[in-house]
Design a protein around this ligand. Structure first.
Ligand code: 5GP
Ligand code: ZN
Length: 114
């Protein structure tokens, strides 16, 4: 837990969010500023800033969860595609320095720029 981290506050339920999924290691919430309908983000519950500091076991668990939720999103949202995006460092566009993975549903001709 990092006192200055918005995602730690969301994980700790100090700040409300819409939660799609939760287990011991991760939660998946709806992005507050969605790039497309259904844009969600997987948060690692532990305060890990970026992939450079993520241990391999947690990384592999995260991919299992992402793949399951991606399939559920496709079924539920009837999207035509889905981008999985993960930014590390300001230079790469990271704005919240608590590791997260974007799941961005895509729809034919949706004009989303990511
Ligand atoms: P990044 O640019 O770091 O990869 O992505 C950060 C994401 O977190 C952005 O898509 C942004 O909209 C989202 N975000 C920032 N603050 C909040 C918040 O308070 N609640 C939720 N649900 N999403 C947030
Ligand atoms: Zn944090």
């Amino acid at each position: 837990m990092n006192d200055n981290c918005i995602f730690c506050k969301i994980i700790g339920k100090e700040i409300p969010s819409t939660t799609l999924y939760e287990d011991d290691d991760f939660c998946i919430i709806m992005d507050i500023s969605p790039a497309s309908k259904g844009h969600a983000i997987l948060l690692v519950k532990e305060h890990v800033p970026n992939i450079f500091e993520l241990d391999a076991e947690l990384a592999s668990k995260a991919l299992v969860v992402v793949s399951k939720v991606a399939k559920a999103m496709k079924e539920e949202l009837k999207c035509d595609g889905l981008n999985i995006l993960q930014n590390n460092g300001e230079a790469a566009g990271q704005t919240v320095f608590h590791l997260h993975i974007h799941l961005i549903p895509r729809y034919k001709d949706d004009q989303v720029n990511i």
